[in-house]
Design a protein around this ligand. Sequence first.
Ligand SMILES: Nc1ncnc2c1ncn2[C@@H]1O[C@H](COP(=O)(O)OP(=O)(O)OP(=O)(O)O)[C@@H](O)[C@H]1O
Length: 287
Amino acid sequence: METMLDRSGDRGGIGGAAIPQPLLNVCDTTLQYKTKRQIVTATYEVDFQVFPADRFVLLGPSGCGKSTLLKAVGGFLSPVSGRIEINGVAVDRPGPDRMMVFQEFDQLLPWKTVIENIEFPMVTSHKYTPEEARERAETFLEKVNLSKFRDAYPHTLSGGMKQRVAIARGMAMGPAILLMDEPFAALDALTRLKMQQELLQLWDELHFTVLFVTHSIQEAIILGTRILVLSPHPGQVRAEINAHEYSHENQTCDGFKALQQRIHDMLFAESAHIAGIRPQKGLAHDA
Ligand SMILES: Nc1ncnc2c1ncn2[C@@H]1O[C@H](COP(=O)(O)OP(=O)(O)OP(=O)(O)O)[C@@H](O)[C@H]1O
């Protein structure tokens, strides 16, 4: 196991400064699946904190437990040890304070229009009145530039547009944290780039908190303010890295490339250690 732990993204506590309260506290969390045949340990004693307005990225090879961590934060899976808290309160079930956006395009209800899809969770959760829900749905539809498609049905939209509706639906709920599980992985390169830009633009406007899963090093650096690098299965924290200063605009600069290489080496050194010298499958070094 790697011994160096880069926590360069850690906050506060230096020189006696107060450490702010994390919005999300994942504390020594071990997550397992128990099947009839075996117990699969997905993550082992994973520890990280997400603060308000962080764009926090979970990065690691296929099978290291990124989606499982997101599910646990979403309240769909309980830790076998450790704890997960939102604003100091233990997570023990799903709730409207944590909205998920998945990779699958077909996460929208096909029998509802775009505007109805966005309204649906606001109304069914009783967090907003129908009038408030309609108003918020219109506002967020505007933000993702889809007002013209408010009465369209999902099957008439492109993949990127469906994804934007899903993001608008998540954001409109006013969650404490948006959970995004490789939301752009299935998109073509150009749409993916546009979606990344749109997410960053939205963030500039609203400063929401997002926990984002990816296995693309480049995407992690562009989208993340902080990146948690996980080791291969079972996922353990390999490093936590600050990526505040990087974006699409400076991805050709030396600092960006050096960070990309550093993360790459970190992950590939681990996989080489485990599987000879073959690169780890499922990890994109998309230079
Ligand atoms: N429902 C399940 N039952 C049993 N094992 C599971 C289940 N879901 C995931 N696993 C196992 O848990 C481990 C972590 O899976 P997870 O999907 O969280 O990884 P991941 O890092 O998100 O992978 P990917 O990048 O491929 O989506 C893997 O070994 C996987 O096989």
